[in-house]
Structure formats: structure tokens, C-alpha cells
Ligand binder design. Sequence first.
Ligand code: SF4
Ligand code: SF4
Length: 317
Amino acid sequence: MTCATWTDPAFLGIPVAEGRILRIERFAIHDGPGIRTTVFLKGCPLRCAWCHSPESQLLQPEFMPKPERCIRCLGCTTACPHHAVQPAADKGPIAPDACDTCGACAQACPTGARELVGRTMSVDALMAEIERDRIFYDESEGGVTFSGGEPLMQPAFLLDMVRSCRASAIHVAVDTCGHADTGALLEVARDADLFLFDLKMMDEERHLAYTGSSNVRILHNLERLAAVHSNILVRFPLIPGVNDDDKNVRETGAFLSALRLTRVDVLPYHRAGMAKYDRLQRPYPLADTQPPTADLQAHVVRLLEEYGLIVRPGGSS
Ligand code: SF4
Ligand code: SF4
């Protein structure tokens, strides 16, 4: 038996010409240079305890209801072609197996109480969305950023998109957690202008405990990427009690310095995603963690600067 690889159209069971999109954000200014359109792809191999976008983790579409908005109008129940909807926004489908995530119930909902996150789009349809903002890219030297989730979880689709953008002379940034197939990453690197590469912590055991995965592949991929690509901005999410100790910060600085990487953004942890966990009926893993103080952020910036890095505080983890 052979295994599907990232080049195999059957990879993940989605046609190569289509991708699972979480959302498209226009006029983004924190995901690369200029004014950008950020395309969030759905699906991520990591489960970071501090994730502020838990709705991006699963590849498949999912309901993220706002029960307080439900007015019990039964619009969703009537709209469902499979009679699978319970007439309340906080209830999942009556028969989950019957639900093909067509989204008709969410579209019929007049209050936004029943929201379905994740949709399938073709390369052509997504390119058309991206082209709508071309004037802003041209005027601001901006472009498109593919983020997630983890965009390299849909490698063939991402590669098609990156190549299409390049063919259309649109600047491309790829925002990655680095936990990806190395071959796919390097193939995307041929046509991507910029990588935003998240580096969370150096200790493998701790990485496993807080993200659900080892960091061995991530560190390896960053090494391989740094050898072939000259435009990598590392993003270090600063999470008190998780990765803010001097040992980890110094090991991070030494690792990046050895790879001759120069730019790091320190992204302070925030709790803005907490409410989404409630909506998805999942526990929030860092309920007791507070954002880092200004003093801690300044300290971490100073430590990283000792390794010759150009460090920018700010942004959001
Ligand atoms: S997504 Fe479609 S099939 Fe699923 S419950 Fe809603 S209307 Fe029914
Ligand atoms: S359509 Fe929306 S508001 Fe109406 S019952 Fe369904 S979830 Fe509630």
C-alpha cells in the first residue's frame, strides 16, 4: 500500500483545484508590507494552548453558533434540505451524519446566530477575490498573505495560489507554523516573496505539551528554509509561564542567529479568542494566563537583541 503525499490530488480528500477557506480579511496591515488581503486557510496540525483562532484548527467546516442571537424563528430548520437542524442556534444538527455542511441553514439565519465557518473555494474564485483589491496592493506595495490555520496543510492548493499570484505580479507572504511537509514548504518558497515563520519554543517536551506536537520538524524546516530563502520574518508569541523564561528566549536567539536570520517580531499573548472557545463548546486551556507586562516584553526584546537580532515588539499572538 502506498501513502498519499502532498503532491497527490487525493491528499486530504479535497480536489487540488479547491481549498478550504476560513475567511478572507481585506485591508490587513499586520501580515506583511503595505495593505494586504489575508486569506485564512482552514486546518492546522498544531493545537497551541494559547490559540486565538480555534475555529481554524479543524480542516472541515464547523458550526460556531451565537445562541444569544437566536430568535427561534425556525428559518434554519426550514432551510435544511436534509431536515437535520434543531431549531436553536446552540444545538448541532439533529443528525450529524445527514449534514453535508451545505451552509443553507446559516445563510437562512436572519440574526447570524447560526454561523458555519469554513467553505470550499476554487483557485479561480479565490484569485478573483484577491484581484478585487489590486489597486490597494499597487498603491501601498502590499499584496496577499496566506495564513491559517496552517496554509501548508493544503499544500497543493497553496502552491497553485502562490503561483497564480506570482503570475499576476501580486506580492505573496506565507504565514506558517513550520509544521509542514518539507518538500511542500521548499516548493512554495520558490514563488513566495516573504515568510512569516512562527517559532514558539525550543524545548521539545514543552513544545509537545503546549502544542500537541514535537518541534523537531519545525526547527528542521526553518533551517532548510533559511538556506534557500532570504526574506523570513520570525514571529515569537510571548506567553507568560509557557515560553517567557530566559533559557528559552536565549536558545531562540542563539538558534536564529546561527541561521543568520535577523528579524523577529515579539507578539504578546492576548485573550481575545476566549469567547470563541465557548461558541465551539471547547475548554480554554490558558484560562488563568494573563498577557505579558510591558516590563516582560521589554526584557524579552533586550535578550533577543543580544543575539544581533532586529526585534519589533507588538502585534498579536
Ligand atoms: S449545513 Fe446544510 S445540511 Fe447541515 S444542518 Fe445546515 S442546512 Fe442542513
Ligand atoms: S434561523 Fe437563526 S435565529 Fe432562526 S431559529 Fe435558526 S438559528 Fe435561531
